[in-house]
Ligand binder design. Sequence first.
Ligand code: GAR
Length: 190
Amino acid sequence: MDTKKIVLLASGSGSNVENIVNYFSDNKSITVSAVLTNKRDAQVLDRCNRLNIDALYFNRHAYVKSDCVLNILKGLNPDLIVLAGFLWKIPEKIIDTFPNKIINIHPALLPKYGGKGMYGMHVHNSVKENNEKETGITIHYVNANYDEGAFITQVKTRITKADSSEDIANKVHKLEYEYFPKVIEELLSK
Ligand code: GAR
């Protein structure tokens, strides 16, 4: 049986990366091959050290100007590239090389609260300021525009006036931990 390979891209804390790595740790048919980050001091690198997962840092030159990151991805030959809190736009050359193989998680119900600059607490603060009654997660394919690829799934959670932005973030993270690995598993089982 062929083992399906996931490559994770992350820019921050990496709690989703850790959750995904743990979820698949005993799975013989799906494996996390490597984690790539664009932030030299990202906490995700510490998590990868602790989890014994291959991790690489790359700069913008390797990502956009040269084909270094593209060639690393080609070499890893992933069945799925998963953006788990990754904040740079994906260059077209990478999208074209991996059609329908790149997915992202967004911490809100797109098309609301999406686009450039809308990530992490910026999203949850805006949701709070607008007195939204619900928020959630959107898992979607990645195309050349931020947060605009076809939806795979959305899951909602209710929020109350008493919820702070941090409470909203916690509710969304809970959904991410529950649903993101399952969606990845489903996509790779097709
Ligand atoms: C996650 O909530 C993810 O949805 C969000 O960044 C967070 C990363 O958390 N992604 C975006 O905002 C993308 N626009 P983590 O590093 O703890 O997994």
